[in-house]
Design a protein around this ligand. Structure first.
Ligand code: AMP
Length: 186
């Protein structure tokens, strides 16, 4: 599989996130999976790419021209595509990938995650989307999603379609078994 990963352009201030990101990058590479990501060398994004490359994996980066200097385009990737903006970046990442996964990160990570998950709900693609939650990083977001569901703003099928995992084996097993939900307005 080619797996798109969204994660922080910062490292955060707790070594757990670096460790978990490195572990996932290495594990995916060891299992023969390629990574698609935002192409930066900074933060957890850089940690992820370095770990996968060191383990012999393929890593594809997609970065807008405007961020080549700011986020420091990674110089050692299998392939780096420079695109015209943030929209084309997200579209290209999703097109290249068979699945999309959000690791710990900030507002940019969440923005990318919600775009691909809501597109899945609308039936615009049929690819699995996962929250990867080492040490429960996304737990409070998941509680909010459960609240949306219980208040009638999020369909059961949509909530169930979101994969929630905390380790690499679990992630790969769930991606393999995933079945697309019925589109929201079908
Ligand atoms: P963050 O989680 O805020 O550290 O950001 C992670 C990555 O998301 C960075 O590469 C940001 O450039 C990227 N990002 C932020 N906003 C967007 C957006 N609207 N579309 C695509 N990528 C974005």
């Amino acid at each position: 599989m080619r797996i798109a990963i969204y994660t922080g352009a910062s490292e955060g201030n707790d070594a757990r996130w670096v460790q978990a990101t490195r572990g996932l990058g290495a594990a995916l590479a060891a299992e023969g999976h390629a990574i698609v990501y935002g192409g930066g060398a900074r933060g957890l994004m850089g940690v992820l790419a370095d770990a996968a490359l060191e383990a012999g994996g393929e890593v594809y980066g997609v970065i807008p021209q405007s961020l080549v200097d700011a986020e420091i385009a990674h110089p050692g990737l299998t392939e780096l595509e420079v695109v015209s903006g943030m929209g084309p970046r997200k579209a290209r990442m999703a097109e290249l990938a068979d699945a999309m996964v959000a690791l710990p990160g900030g507002a940019g990570t969440l923005e990318e995650f919600f775009e691909v998950w809501t597109a899945q709900m609308l039936g615009l693609h049929r690819k699995p989307v996962a929250l990867y939650s080492p040490d429960g990083f996304w737990r409070r977001l998941e509680e909010l999603l459960d609240e949306m569901r219980s208040q009638g703003f999020l369909a059961d099928a949509a909530r169930r379609s979101l994969i929630s995992v905390d380790g690499p084996e679990d992630l790969l097993a769930r991606l393999r078994d995933w079945e697309p939900p019925k589109p929201r307005w079908a």
